[in-house]
Design a protein around this ligand. Structure first.
Ligand code: NCD
Length: 320
């Protein structure tokens, strides 16, 4: 497999693809966040728009369901003046790699400049990145349980908006960490940006293997993991990545692992609550917390468009 961390950069060090946050420097991440922040507008005000990508075309190729990520990539591209095509492909895994490449070659001949790819299997964005023409970029919109780089960036941006001193933060990542690409990308982003107090809070069955997330404090009781946290990242139970036998019972899970108002009170009084969505209300999070004053879940969605604008501009903006 190619070395992702260098394969996604151009020889001059600029970003060509975005396949993972792993290996990107703090300066690169900060630059993307700064650029994204410039695209954030309050609700009710017209969104940021520009024509910097006028004449370019972005294709969304999704083989896993997605609402927010697909729509926000589409809005991001359109608000920069790019044209967008959306393909939701149902491919059997046997033919997936091949069919995906055929689709990519077809669209590339139609002068598509960037492919946004989501797939349940590991390695698909890299496979495409290794085969596209030199002027074409590939952006991962979620790769198996491994990475979701734009989600990592938008989560970092959301945290930065209320808690910019990353070095002082205690961040608790809670729930199904084992199967979560969001947790992995958040981890890489936050580590690189200087967060040292990162807690992995999960029941043993949903904790990642010991070799992963090196240096994180592990808690198998929710109450311990929440204590004095500044940021709480709740994760969805990734049912689609578990066998029948491993599926936790929703009611029992909520009893031990649901983020309720009482449990939230263990964190710092100004702690923020995040969730990448889709949420299982009443399973991993109580509605009154998801919709409550400490929730920044809707800000995450808003920031998602801004981050995707920043990334698209970064990879395509230098193009004539
Ligand atoms: C996440 C994903 O697809 O990994 N959703 C998203 O992109 N907003 C998280 C999830 O599905 O739980």
């Amino acid at each position: 497999m190619p070395d992702l961390t260098t394969e996604q950069l151009r020889p001059d060090g600029s970003l060509r693809h975005l396949l993972t946050l792993e290996g990107l420097s703090r300066a690169q991440l900060e630059r993307l966040l700064e650029r994204a922040q410039g695209f954030v507008r309050p609700l009710g005000v017209r969104p940021a728009m520009s024509q910097t990508l006028n004449g370019t075309t972005v294709a969304n190729l999704f083989t896993e369901p997605s609402t927010r990520t697909r729509v926000s990539f589409e809005l991001a591209a359109k608000r920069l003046g790019a044209a967008v095509v959306n393909l939701e492909m149902q491919l059997s895994s046997r033919v997936k790699g091949e069919s995906m490449l055929d689709t990519v070659y077809t669209l590339q001949s139609m002068q598509v400049d960037a492919f946004v790819i989501r797939d349940a299997e590991a390695g698909v964005p890299q496979l495409v990145a290794a085969h596209v023409a030199p002027h074409v970029s590939v952006l991962s919109a979620g790769e198996a349980h491994l990475s979701h780089p734009t989600q990592g960036l938008l989560d970092a941006l959301t945290i930065r908006q209320s808690k910019p001193r990353f070095g002082e933060l205690t961040v608790a990542i809670v729930g199904d960490i084992r199967h979560s690409r969001v947790a992995r990308s958040d981890w890489h982003a936050l580590r690189t940006l200087g967060v040292t107090q990162l807690r992995l809070v999960a029941p043993p069955a949903l904790m990642p293997d010991a070799g992963e997330f090196a240096g994180g404090a592990r808690h198998t009781r929710l109450e311990d993991g929440l204590k004095n946290a500044d940021v709480i990242v709740m994760l969805r139970i990734q049912k689609e990545r578990m066998g029948e036998a491993d599926l936790p019972d929703g009611k029992q899970y909520f009893g031990a692992w649901g983020l309720t108002r009482e449990r939230l009170a263990l964190a710092r009084p100004d702690a923020i609550v995040m969730h990448p969505q889709p949420m299982n209300r009443g399973i991993e999070i109580a509605s009154e917390v998801a919709d409550g004053p400490q929730s920044v879940i809707r800000d995450q969605v808003r920031n998602g468009v801004a981050v995707r604008m920043a990334v698209l501009e970064e990879v395509l903006g230098g193009r004539r």
